[in-house]
Design a protein around this ligand. Sequence first.
Ligand SMILES: [Zn+2]
Length: 260
Amino acid sequence: MSGGMRAGGLGIGGIVLLLAISYFTGQNPADLLSGLDQTGGVEQPAGPPADDESSRFMRVVLADTEETWSAIFQQQGLRYEPPVLVLFSGATESACGLGQSAMGPFYCPADRKVYLDLTFFEELARRFGAPGDFAQAYVVAHEVGHHVQTLTGISERMAAARRNSSETESNALSVRQELQADCYSGVWGHYAARKNMLDPDDVEEGLRAAAAIGDDRLQRQSQGRVAPESFTHGSSAQRVEWFRRGLESGRMDACDTFQR
Ligand SMILES: [Zn+2]
């Protein structure tokens, strides 16, 4: 399963590092929940026009997450307010600070926007497959998963809990929150598969992407050893497991990573 990934060598390590930095940034905004009322849409700050295949694909994925999560929220008598998608190259301002290309994709709860760096996705496409492949969709759906956590209040509760925790406890909470976003990404994948947007190869690729950005692999690449207490995203195996749970069930309540 990892043969293709290893072929990428240092390149993959670089991407993986970028992903790690983005996740750290995405989940640690100083203050959460500004109560802004967003209506969804796409913002395009300065930079080259994002009309390539990759950015069109990300808009399609975002629109589809909107459809899926609106339906799921509606079943629970709730209204889904979609995040705004910000496509950028280079750097962009966010309510969580300056977003830079090196950070890769991130979600900012304070402005409820998903920030996707196009150069990162070009690199991802080169390493994981052609534009339009599932690895990119998985990353978008994971960030949307963090938006769902903001809407359900989980993000705010976790941020409060982590303020009163030791670093080890705080990291453990972060892992559970990240795994839930992976599971929510799988929930979206469940409905995308039912609409024949995904084929089994796509799903396999999504799982490989999830495995490739597990903290254990990141740490092995950067330190040559694994220290579970410092995980903030979960191991590759955990990420695959929770993604699969969401994918197979299509249910939010299958994603209670805090109970297990
Ligand atoms: Zn995340």
